[in-house]
Design a protein around this ligand. Sequence first.
Ligand SMILES: Cc1ncc(COP(=O)(O)O)c(C=O)c1O
Length: 322
Amino acid sequence: MAEAEVGDDIFGDDPTVNRLQERVAELTGKDAALYTATGTMANQTALRTFVHQGHEVVAEATAHVITVEKISAATLSGVTYRPVAGERGIVTAEQVAEALQPDTLGLRVVDLVAVENTHQVGGGAVMPLERLREIRKVVADAGLPLYMDGARIFNACAVTGIDVSEYAAEVDAMMFCFSKGLGAPIGSILCGPADFIEEARRVRVQLTGGWRQAGVIAAAAMVALDEGPGRLHEDHANAKRLAEGVADAVPGSIDPELVETNILFADPSPLGLTPAETAERLAAEGVLVSLVAGKVRMLTHRDVSTRDIDDALAAWHRISSN
Ligand SMILES: Cc1ncc(COP(=O)(O)O)c(C=O)c1O
């Protein structure tokens, strides 16, 4: 980062940002890419580019674009949603087809279908490539674009062995985060067709996301691309170890079989504790967890070692025996 060659990205002349964008376009097989500060900014840039004000996005009901971002979508772009309830965040092509039926008054218009892979609230669930293909067909038949919030797509790649370009080939545009599992301190990227990215570049400025010497952090994103994807299986193994240990400490709180990637949700009700009380007790033991979707969320990444997992499990055992 200290040695990064920089320019002014507003003029498109930051060489490190340009190299990163070109590398990601090549990696995903898309025409072009646009570096953004956050995953939310990448999603909101895509939504504003694809969706007319007052029109809708079909997405899974617990998707990040709906639960966390609906206020941004409403405030920034007047975009609203048609939610579909998936199984651990994964919807079927039939559900999407159903959601694309015109309403009886013909007043609601859908401009985009969005999927999330892996699905965060779904517990890091991977959308199978075949399912994505089925959805792709339904969406293409309706003449609509398909967008993928692939914040953690490399976690899906690590589990399935499928190349990121194969997932990317099934969607018109997608984003992924260099932060999160890949380990960069900041940054995400949107990729898609050349004309879409050209418009997205303009939209990103509207959303106040134009920046100058972003090469400093693009350099960290380069390292994340070099080193991140190849070590995600370690996070997955740690997540499995954590899930099995929590299931042992608090039987009935979690099904380790469902933990496919680096995210796990535990229901502490067998302890007679609410998620908030559990978080408080774990924090007193030096273990920090989040509260998401009414459960205790734990997540593994490059800064969490197997030793840390064992320490966390010791804390779970202590709170369950008190
Ligand atoms: C699936 C998904 N999409 C998008 C985001 C947004 O990323 P950021 O926090 O960088 O805005 C997140 C963040 O947790 C996420 O889990």
